[in-house]
Design a protein around this ligand. Structure first.
Ligand code: AMP
Length: 281
């Protein structure tokens, strides 16, 4: 497995990888601190593409001024070992200067979506995400790029951007990987104390509640959200940032849950922000 540091190297690797007949390239963008959720994306990419590049880049522009950029977990050697074991051919690990050359002023703004859900509580977050993903897609020119449903609003923003910019990459979304007790895997779970970790299970309890109510035929957003609010009202240690039933493409609230609706939730457990969601069928 090769480790590439520059956009020029990545572009030339990707072009030569795709030059042989029948070959294609899959990209898995990550911020490192890889876990089984990331592994599932790399496996999906390996299954679909003859060449797989995993990018590892803690993107400064998607963090707010008081967020955890400096202390975000970094474990490069372990990440390389995991990526290689799951079938990655290349790690792309650029410096900040490589992706944001001195004086960089060009950003991608997905208007109308970028300020909803996480974008509402983390101003500028999706501008940073869209910008870095655009840079990665332009550099790697992948046939497919793999993202987790875990970051459902991010998926909506990226799909919109890829459509709007007419990028040639197909966006593939992979299911949420959870610990056996239901907690969605996240690089930020390492911040949780044991007590916070058990409080965090309230998220997956809320998800299961929505899934069972909708399976039983309940469709009214107000009723569904009332049920999950009740769950959180019994756990005052958790601050709910947002809890919403939205259309997955527009991220706008819906009055009735229908196919294409997601239940999305973000909370603060102590200082740690956690997100989760489920797609309603
Ligand atoms: P991150 O390194 O947190 O930026 O995540 C990189 C990619 O991994 C994103 O597309 C995430 O949605 C995805 N991902 C993170 N956690 C999970 C999970 N528990 N299950 C599936 N995909 C995930």
């Amino acid at each position: 497995m090769e480790i590439l540091r520059t956009v020029a190297e990545l572009r030339s690797w990707s072009r030569s990888a795709r030059s042989a007949a029948g070959n294609n390239v899959g990209l898995v963008p990550t911020m490192g601190a890889l876990h089984d959720g990331h592994a599932s994306l790399i496996r999906a990419s390996h299954a679909a593409c003859s060449n797989v590049v995993v990018s590892i880049f803690v993107n400064p522009t998607q963090f707010g001024p008081n967020e955890d950029y400096a202390r975000y977990p970094r474990s490069f050697d372990a990440d390389c070992a995991l990526a290689e074991a799951e079938g990655a051919n290349v790690i792309f690990a650029p410096s900040v200067e490589e992706l944001y050359p001195t004086g960089a002023t060009t950003f991608v703004e997905v208007e109308g979506l970028g300020n909803l859900l996480d974008g509402a509580s983390r101003p500028g977050h999706f501008r940073g995400v869209a910008s870095v993903v655009a840079k990665l897609l332009i550099a790697a020119e992948p046939d497919q790029a793999f993202f987790g449903q875990k970051d459902a609003a991010q998926v909506a923003v990226i799909r919109r951007m890829v459509t709007d910019l007419r990028l040639a990459t197909e966006i593939v979304v992979c299911p949420i990987v959870r610990d056996p007790d239901g907690l969605a895997l996240s690089s930020r779970n390492v911040y949780l104390t044991p007590a916070e970790r058990s409080l965090a299970l309230t998220l997956s309890r809320a998800i299961r509640e929505i899934e069972s109510l909708t399976a039983a035929g309940e469709r009214h957003s107000a009723t569904l959200l009332e049920a999950t609010r009740k769950i959180f009202s019994s756990v005052p240690e958790i601050r709910v940032d947002y809890m919403a039933l939205v259309d997955w493409a527009t991220l706008k609230p819906v009055g009735f849950a229908a196919p294409g609706t997601i239940f999305a939730i973000a909370v603060l457990v102590g200082p740690t922000r956690l997100i989760d969601n489920t797609i309603l069928t």
